[in-house]
Design a protein around this ligand. Structure first.
Ligand code: GDP
Length: 232
């Protein structure tokens, strides 16, 4: 449990029964962090190179992962807007960096997915320089959420991305997607190859499901921590 936060049922009895908003809030947010309230979520622009990025005024969180890992679904669930980021999008549009403004307070960036089987080699080759340049030059970047499908072993681009994040000392928020696809009793076994391939400890990962919304609060907490202050 994080410093300064206590979850003591004696200190916090439900004064008006279980419906007390105080008690409900504490139950839902055991770290005492209020939920991020999304007042506005807007697509700003797409870009491929620094000259076309929007101005770097607001702190920024980027999202990256293999195509089909559940990146669009995660972003849509986080901001509570079903169609903000297109799910199962065509490879064409996803080969861009897509910038979104949240609450006029911070930015989310949907980085191009990798590993598309159908993308031409020339396009595949652009992914590395495009993403590496963004990571290296974007001063407002506070953290990268990197996604891993619970049923897949990380591959070359996943590990390449982790290497760059380490090289540029960018905080990393690893998230395991589609947790609902694996029964709770099998999850730890399923995670083993991911931990082995990435070399990251178990507690670095948040388990997430876009279907059940499990893990939404935890991902937000990690994002808020990276942003350094409550963005809401
Ligand atoms: P992206 O290519 O990484 O943006 O992936 P999408 O968000 O488009 O998801 C790819 C496919 O996986 C879609 O069919 C989604 O409905 C499905 N999907 C995404 N997240 C989840 C999840 O948490 N649980 C389940 N069961 N399916 C998911």
């Amino acid at each position: 449990m994080r410093p300064g936060i206590s979850l003591n049922p004696i200190a916090f009895p439900p004064p008006l029964g279980y419906a007390s908003p105080v008690f409900v809030t504490i139950l839902m947010h055991p770290y005492g962090v209020p939920p991020v309230i999304i007042k506005s979520a807007e697509f700003v622009k797409s870009a491929t190179r620094p000259a076309n990025y929007p101005p770097a005024g607001l702190p920024e969180i980027a999202f990256s992962g293999r195509s089909n890992v559940g990146k669009s679904s995660l972003i849509n669930v986080l901001v509570g807007r079903k169609g903000l980021v297109r799910t199962s999008s065509t490879p064409g549009r996803t080969q861009l960096l897509n910038f979104f403004d949240i609450n006029g307070a911070f930015s989310l960036v949907d980085l191009p997915g990798y590993g598309f089987a159908k993308v031409p080699l020339a396009v595949k080759k652009q992914w590395g320089p495009m993403v590496r340049t963004y990571l290296e030059t974007r001063e407002s970047l506070r953290a990268v959420v990197i996604l891993f499908d619970i049923r897949r072993i990380p591959r070359e681009e996943d590990l390449q991305l982790l290497d760059w994040l380490e090289e540029f000392e960018i905080p990393t928020i690893p998230v395991i997607t589609k947790a609902d696809k694996v029964g709770k009793s099998h999850r730890e076994r399923q995670l083993k190859p991911i931990l082995e391939a990435t070399g990251l400890p178990r507690d670095a990962f948040t388990l997430f499901s876009a279907t059940s919304r499990e893990g939404r609060e935890e991902v937000w907490e990690r994002i808020e921590e990276a942003l350094g202050a409550s963005p809401a």
